[in-house]
Design a protein around this ligand. Sequence first.
Ligand SMILES: [Zn+2]
Length: 319
Amino acid sequence: MPGATLHLTHVELLAREAELPRAVREALERELTYARLGAVFHDLPFYTNIITMMLGYWLEMPAEFVPFALKLHRYHPDLFAWHFLREAHRDSPLLTREQRLSIASGFFAHIALDLEIHPLVNWCARRDVLLHGGHESHHHRLTEKYQSLFFHRGLQGKDIIGSHRFFSEKSVIVEPPPFFRKNLGIPVVRWATDLLGGFFHEGAPSMRQFASWLRSFRHFGFMVSLPPAGRNSERLGTAENRRRYYENAEFSFRDFWERGYRRSVALLTLASEVFAAGDFSDASREAFLAAARISDLAYPPEVGLPALEAHEPALEATG
Ligand SMILES: [Zn+2]
């Protein structure tokens, strides 16, 4: 399951960040629901159907192959980010300027966090294939789950999973949150599908498709906020798992998080300067892209992690 919990907490923390330009902070604070939507935007296509998602997870099947989610992460993510920013700047009868700044800020926060944390997640997942076998995509999901668990424990004493607040507030990414029916009437459904169509053309989702992701995300919020999910998280949050996924001699998740957070502050500041100036010329685009350094969000370059071959002898030693 994509690490939505971390992305949502990330943007909540940014909404209180004094170093961000005031307009950005106020937009995040006052329009937090839009910021949350932006913060999970690239991952929305993963929310196909909650039942198959859960089953796949429990049966340790490879994660579902979702081409459009991969496209959002890998197909010119830098040019797509520029497109997103330009569309967010454009006046629209559907969303206010502050709502558009908020969703764009959440969107850039997702990029920054993916770029800094995915190298570690990918590394852990490959390590665990070598050590324990199984599908890399399954280990990827587990890694994200445990990192989120221990991060939230450190932040607030317990995991966010299994809390009512997750359903009532934190996983609300549009108003009103749809549960039983797809709601095509939510203004941001049209706004977002127009934006996606302008970049991905025939490959872009329809309004119906986009609305169905929003509904599945609501189902995800519901399942994850139930008490059994909380008890499960308590049970699995062992010292051994902490060492395996969160903090050990080879890495500390907090270092990667810290880099993601700093990168978000820098990237949101950069994006807000373009947003305020409204300069979408080629020269402005080149300057923005050079400073933003946005690469493949799913497989960003890995730095500062040991070579994995070193783990293979350990496999024999631990049996
Ligand atoms: Zn992502």
